[in-house]
Design a binder for this molecule. Sequence first.
Ligand code: MTE
Ligand code: HPA
Ligand code: MOS
Length: 793
Amino acid sequence: MTRDDTGTKGARGGVGVALPHDSSRLHVRGEADYTDDIPEVRGTLHAAIGLCERAHARIVALDLAKVAAAPGVVAIATAEDIPGANNYGPVVADDPIFATTLVQYHGQSLFAVAARTVRQARQAARLAAVQYEDLPPILTAEAARDAQSFVLPTERLVRGDPRRAIDAAPHRLRGRARMGGQDQFYLEGMIAYALPGEDGTLRVHCSTQHPGEVQMQVAHALALPVADVVVLCRRMGGGFGGKESQPGLFACVAALLARKTGRPVKLRVDRDDDMVMTGKRHDFVTEYDVGFDDAGRILGIELALASRCGYSADLSGAINDRAMLHSDNCYYLENVGIVSYRGKTHTVSNTAFRGFGGPQGMVGIEQVIDDIARHLDADPLAVRKANFYGTAERNVTHYGQTLVDNVIHPIVAELEAASEYARRRREIRAQNAANPYVKRGIALTPVKFGISFTATHLNQAGCLLHVYTDGTLQLNHGGTEMGQGLFIKVAQVVAEELSVDVDRIRITASDTSRVPNASATAASSGSDLNGKAAQAAARTLKARLAGVAAQHFGVAPEAIAFRANRVHAGDRSLPFAEVARLAWLARVSLSATGFYRTPKIGYDRKTWRGMPFYYFCYGAAVSEVIVDTLTGENRVVRVDIVHDVGTSLNPAVDMGQIEGGFVQGVGWLTTEELWWNDEGKLMTHAPSTYKIPVASDVPAEFNVRIFESQGNAEDAIHRSKAVGEPPLMLGISVLHALRDAIAATAGYTLSPRLDAPATAEAVLASIDELRARRAQAPAAARDASQASAKVAS
Ligand code: MTE
Ligand code: HPA
Ligand code: MOS
């Protein structure tokens, strides 16, 4: 990794330079402005939302007299106060801002209140007298599937003849993988600050990955032209998908109260309420039926995916689609049938979370592989390799996209060597045989993740770039900053293009009045899309400035070169700033827009065939765990990762994304447990009951390598690859290392039944179950996992 901050063209911070995050100094000094830090305008009111206390019920009566009479209360808003649509659904119109006759999850919003202080607003919001008529709730993915309760139609994707292939296979297993949801746990909670402007216009500062959508949601709710609403976001304190579609509720409520009172209104959601009211990662139950040969090669497979979407569609369609499209992970499935049930439950509407269904698809197939390996008493890594996609053959995905960039083989080869997988696996087995209580486990799992929004039309971006006459620049694009380092990467692209120091570029807040109709910053495509749009804008300006310089030097524009903050014509040169000033004097525009749309992609969602993804990201991880088999307590002792980022735009930022993504994935699969009670009330709504990883959970030995790549095979920005989401799925290696350690407690004769999250409690239960199974039925020792039965073949 380069520590030299000079780019290829002699200016500070072009592409490929390991610059720190542009706001890192502000972050550590507490000087970075988040939405709540914006100085409050005089007269600002504070809002709170009144939540319902039933999972599924009819509202018989809603009495707000006590709310209205509470100290400090200035206004109340209910559905009747909404001049436009009582809805903020991003895709389907099934998300009411305020429930009116029916409540569909415990915590759904009923009304809102604006008061002089935050505390007054929150206290008043609890004073509503609500009468309910209870209805039976459906709470789990399986219950929803069994009741045929769906937010969207069931989808099926088939290639080949899975049924026949399974029946004809030498071996066959059935099993089930369950994986929990996950709260995004962004450190900055949901917040919106709405400021009424003249003539009915509105400005909303909002912590959102998708300012353009918030703008539309607010406009529709208030029956305003979209052009009358401006939404701004300088940065988020984390989004992780949680702020892709759901900030709209809070923005609409703040805007509605601002409209009603004529005063600025800020809605900062309490942490517990935020966890109750906002959607999480979808939990999934995946059932499989697989036929395979003696080498563990999958000949035919059927997968049934059931997810808990919550009460509304939100982004569940695209999330479940992505789960289907990632049910292969790195494996060639010649004969495959996938059915996907999108369960409607009376729980909060689940939403985007880093990986967006991809992780759930992969956890399913990885368990299939592990069960096959344990059934055959083979190294799971050997079974993984036997099923890998090829490079010249066996390289077409189940949706018909040919892999042209498959680098999983060299990545795994490099990782195996670097981690000394084979030697350590042998040693661990020997140690485990000698040690009755403490068991170690090791696993290598691969990742292949498709880059592009699966909704093809979203793969577009715009940029607005200004040069001022002192040679400084302002950069604005449709992307948002949530800590992932998008803004510095895009600034590096501009610095590279114009050969100017990156610190001359002022990075500005995402702003719907500067770049309109931008997509969410999501699908890991932020730097791909906005980087290309910014490059286009910079090239336009460069051509104009080259024209001005050519005139000045009396040469052809082709003879002009930009290097190290200067504009050159042979051995003569001018400072970049001087050329900008000359352009201004010559009345040449110093402002340009740029636009980009991803080429090549497109697929037919009816037949599930085509090219949903522009390219794929690959990586692999080896994790080693140590488990106390008397308590289930465990630690990750060592992790080795090799991950492909193409030609990195910024290796320091990419390294942070790989490490952070991995740790977040481990949290999902081990300690983060969401628990609803039988009434459908979320009981884990604070860090006291919901355990996210902290610094001390980072593996003691953590070796992360960026794969020495030839660069992206596709023409992505400077041949880089997206990095935001894929590393999260490297965390699956820890789940499998735990499975390996648990398997040791029964002499590696059985496949453990272990659901995610594999909490210490779950690990202990799994060990007990495994030992009981072995004691009970030694003859059927080679049973597969999870209520699976060995089916006679
Ligand atoms: N990194 C940080 N620090 N904070 C975040 O909220 N979100 C992740 C990932 N990395 C996130 C993050 C998610 S869900 C996505 S889709 C990408 O960043 C989005 O940014 P990008 O497209 O610019 O990579
Ligand atoms: N990924 C992330 N967010 C999205 C997608 C996707 O594929 N499609 C729509 N929103
Ligand atoms: Mo990321 S889940 O696509 O916001």
